[in-house]
Write a protein that binds this ligand. Sequence first.
Ligand code: SAM
Length: 316
Amino acid sequence: MAKDFKSYFQAIRDLAWRNDDPMDWTRATISMTHEEEKRMLYTLVKEYPRQIETIIDAGCFLGASTLSFGIALEEREWARGGGELHDRPVFSYDLFLNDSFGRALIRRKTGKRTQDHDNLLPFFLHTVGDKLRYCNVVAGDVCDFPWTPERKIDILFLDLLKMSRINDFCVENFFPALVPGESVVIQQDYLHEYVPWIPITMKLMEEWFDFLGFCQSSAIYAVQKPISAEDCSRIVETMAAMTIQEKVAVIAAAQDPIHPPGQKAMLELSKLWCCMQADELDYFDEVMAQFPEELKELAWVTERLRVLNNRRAAAG
Ligand SMILES: C[S@@+](CC[C@H](N)C(=O)[O-])C[C@H]1O[C@@H](n2cnc3c(N)ncnc32)[C@H](O)[C@@H]1O
């Protein structure tokens, strides 16, 4: 456990988990998160400098993130000889419904054949095992479960912001319960091109957050000042009213602290998806024409651009 929040946040900036040996469970669990991200989630809980009341695990899928939190909570409990835990601190949200991604992943990792719309709760329960004792399972659309802002959130892990309406809901629902100087937010999909509302939200809200670093595709933040419900509603309304040019400009501004070419490329692709999703095809062409030549040298970027260009051609 870190001795105070200052050293805790410094350890996150230093990516303290990076040189730890991978633990067996991080390799064995089937998940869409990277092995290093599971170690990061475990470390954020293990080192949290005070008693943990609430961890939001939003998008727990087959249970890997819940297990990461649960193992760390168990080790904290052992270290203290029991007794320190808030009753069931983890809230694990998911639809628990299989889809093509789930089917392919389960088939690849276990050899099992599953169907679309299968209930994935049995997989989750199998993965989480006895760590279920730390956990509240919230099955269904996260947007159907309003949070009580009086219950403060220590760690907010967001891995289900796949649609802008879910992003808006989670901002308004969870952010007012964050504690300045103490809460941590992990935006797992920050460096994914299909969810441009994530970098836009975090850029528009930069006065409230202190960016601590990246772990794979996750961006990690500390909360630096109180976030009111009105602040959140204003941000959501602002995003809804923005033109495509304004959105792309905000994503461009979000690139400033980002140096590795792979990360920059991801946000360049986000700009293009932002245009494509809004059906702003003329502006898509303009953004595509400005795509930095040096990033096209990355093989995976060339492939993603090919997919986008095919979509553009099909759109007419
Ligand atoms: C990328 S996966 C999460 C991966 C997971 N954190 C892991 O470690 O493997 C995204 C999850 O979000 C869930 N999801 C998407 N939309 C949702 C919604 N509206 N409410 C609840 N869960 C949702 C999906 O069912 C899916 O399991």
